[in-house]
Write a protein that binds this ligand. Structure first.
Ligand code: CP
Ligand code: NVA
Length: 310
């Protein structure tokens, strides 16, 4: 397996391996300092980023490499050079190419033209790197995923898609509560359900946030307006999504001791109240930290060719 474009590109064994490696790197962060020595990894961001950008750059450094971070206006890509020529050129210099962009088709084109591993660092459709950190955090806080029921509430977006795929791959169950207008991509749900038939995992789509939250081990939400969404959508989305805000009353429907997760950045008072995101159930900064350990694991596994793909 050369590229990671969505979580379900991994086999279940690959996913388990990445989580094991990440747990190991977390305990012994400086054990693998040479896998990328004398090599660079290009990190391309066509959208803003705090966690992905800095955790990926740090992960490259931990493996002994040099991260080269570039924005959209800094490459000739911004002046019309093709995705294919950009990918072929970067393949002659770097050991891997990490891409945050808009259309999923664009990251697929980068991957098809590049001879080096391409990692999706968030597109409009998927955020596989986030799901690795989410799964590691769920395991650490709550135990094996196949015993968990996760509830995702709000917009059926990129973070939701990757979380659904990851939870189902590990045999867990996930309830996704969205307004019908913002439900997750049916193709992603079909892929997840097909995987669930093999793993015992399941995904349930509901409209009522209270129904999804009832008895859940973890509640997860994300922003109402993603970076790929038009700003004119803001008012319509706020109106649709206000009933999905995670507040203390919704948390009280989950099982006692349930965790609150969010990929960050969050908007306190919109999709989550301050009392929840800053409260004792919140594990959001553990998730953020785990972005680093899972990024080290992912880059290591890709350059060492340890992944088979599904
Ligand atoms: N969660 C996440 O991907 O955050 P950034 O947009 O800050 O990278
Ligand atoms: N869904 C959000 C996630 C940000 C990390 C977005 O795409 O903007």
């Amino acid at each position: 397996m050369k590229d990671l474009l969505r979580t379900s590109d991994l086999s279940v064994d690959d996913l388990r391996l990445l989580l094991e490696l990440a747990a190991r790197f977390k305990q012994r962060p400086y054990q693998h300092r040479s896998e990328l020595s004398n090599q660079s990894v290009v990190l391309y961001f066509a959208k803003p980023s705090t966690r992905t950008r800095i955790s990926m750059a740090t992960a490259v450094a931990r493996l002994g490499g040099v991260p080269i971070t570039v924005g959209a206006s800094e490459l000739q890509l911004g002046r019309g050079e093709t995705i294919e020529d950009t990918a072929r050129t970067i393949s002659r210099y770097a050991r891997a190419f990490v891409v945050r962009t808009f259309a999923d088709e664009d990251v697929r084109r980068f991957a098809a033209a590049a001879s080096i591993p391409v990692v999706n660092a968030l597109t409009d459709g998927h955020h596989p790197c986030q799901s690795l950190a989410d799964l590691l955090t769920l395991q650490e806080k709550l135990g094996p995923i196949d015993r968990l029921r996760v509830a995702y509430l709000g917009d059926g977006n990129n973070v939701c898609h990757s979380l659904v795929e990851g939870v189902v791959m590990l045999g867990g169950s996930i309830a996704v509560a969205t307004p019908p207008e913002l439900s997750p991509d049916p193709d992603v749900i079909a892929v997840a359900r097909a995987i669930g038939e093999r793993t015992g995992g399941s995904v349930e789509l509901v409209e009522d946030p209270a129904e999804a939250a009832r008895g859940a081990d973890a509640l997860y939400t994300d922003v109402w307006l993603s970076m790929g969404d038009a700003d004119e959508e803001r008012a319509r989305r706020s109106a649709l999504l206000t009933p999905y805000r995670v507040d203390a009353a919704l948390m009280a429907r989950a099982r006692p001791g349930a965790a609150f997760l969010h990929c960050l950045p969050d908007h306190r008072g919109e999709e989550v109240t301050a009392e929840v995101v800053d409260g004792p159930a919140s594990v959001v900064f553990d998730q953020a930290e785990n972005r680093l350990h899972t990024a080290v694991a992912l880059l290591y596994a890709l350059v060492e060719e340890r992944l088979t793909g599904h």
